[in-house]
Design a protein around this ligand. Structure first.
Ligand code: 13P
Length: 354
């Protein structure tokens, strides 16, 4: 009953399965903007106290190409099914072939930059829908088979009142529009609602916001005729905010129960899989959450809703490359590559509940 042709639908489903259907395999996100990666790669003497860089654009470009080439050479295809690229990495530098040559599916970041929501200055709309179809068609021609679109969702206590109803409506509408256009271009969409944890929400409030936004996304996806079997969701883990006192003593087991509950209540069973973002959590923490939620699912009895969840894996950026970046900054290329391989292996084990 899809508006997509049977051959496109079949290919989308096969790609989604290649991404999230093999136990223990997940995604490595390397789609930082040129500005963001330049800051990560710059030695501290190159930047001032405001984070402004004193190196030339050309030098930045060479640094980022060298880093990404080394990262793609290192990424192990037994643990990683897909890698997300920024469009210039794919289209101008053609580094996706390093990945596709070893059977890793290439993806592209589809979302543009943020713009403040005029009526609510702490919330944002995500730009990039206008020229999306042509951008994604170009990405497909350059080898991409999936895409991702991140939206940030503010999350505070009820007293502070975020997210606003308006921002939830806009973000869900944006993600559903994006997902439909991505499938139209022949790319599996990864919808990424990133519920932030910088504020004062407790765990129950974070769960409530996750369920609300994810529920809305799929209600809009239905209207747009998105083929859920050919799609993936990349959510955050529900968790207390950094400014809530319970943050310190919340365990990975509690996060796992909250996470499995959110997924079971709000992600339709037809969705191919769930690939969590790490959101800046320290690597061991991001790994412990993924392991705990898979452990919970694996040990659930067959009559528990948790036994029927789609596959739960990783789509980590910072949690995979944090240590590798430290080695890179000291010129230790072999150790950098080893660090990426070790992080991917640890994520893979966690995706199996180990
Ligand atoms: P992190 O895992 O570093 O949050 O990155 C994932 C991502 O793609 C953010 O959009």
């Amino acid at each position: 009953d899809s508006h997509l042709s049977p051959s496109v639908a079949k290919e989308l489903i096969a790609t989604a399965q290649a991404l999230v259907g093999s136990p223990g395999k997940g995604i490595y996100a390397t789609d930082e903007s040129p500005e963001a990666i330049a800051l990560l790669l710059a030695p501290s003497e190159d930047s001032d106290e405001h984070g402004n860089l004193s190196v030339s654009e050309n030098e930045n470009l060479e640094r980022r190409k060298a880093w990404r080439e080394a990262a793609y050479e290192a990424v192990p295809n037994e643990h990683v099914s897909g890698v997300i690229l920024y469009s210039d990495t794919l289209i101008d530098h053609k580094l996706g072939t390093i990945l596709s040559n070893k059977g890793i599916v290439v993806g592209v970041r589809a979302n543009g930059e943020l713009a403040p929501l005029p009526s609510s200055p702490f919330e944002f709309i995500v730009q990039g829908l206008d020229d999306l179809l042509s951008r994604l068609q170009a990405a497909r021609a350059a080898g991409a088979r999936f895409s991702k679109w991140r939206v940030p969702i503010a999350c505070t206590s009820v007293a502070l009142g975020l997210p606003s109803q308006l921002s939830l409506d806009i973000q869900a509408e944006t993600l559903a529009t994006y997902a439909a256009i991505s499938q139209q271009a022949g790319l599996v969409p990864i919808v990424e609602p990133d519920v932030e944890f910088s504020a004062d929400a407790d765990l129950a409030r974070s769960v409530e916001v996750h369920e609300k936004v994810i529920g809305k996304i799929y209600s809009r996806c239905r209207e747009y005729g998105v083929l859920l079997e050919g799609s993936v969701i990349k959510p955050s883990y529900p968790q207390p905010g950094l400014k809530h006192p319970s943050r310190q003593n919340t365990t990975a087991k509690e996060i796992a129960l909250a996470t499995a509950s959110v997924i079971s209540r709000s992600v339709p069973a037809a969705v191919a899989g769930v690939a969590f973002l790490s959101g800046g959590l320290p690597t061991p923490v991001a790994i412990s959450y993924l392991s705990a939620v898979n452990n919970l699912v694996n040990s659930s009895s067959s009559n528990s809703p948790f036994s029927r969840l789609p596959p739960l894996t990783f789509s980590y950026g910072r949690a995979i490359q944090g240590k590798a970046l430290e080695h890179w900054s000291k010129g230790e290329k072999d150790s950098m590559k080893r660090a990426i391989q070790e992080a991917c292996q640890a994520c893979s084990k966690a995706a199996r509940g180990e």
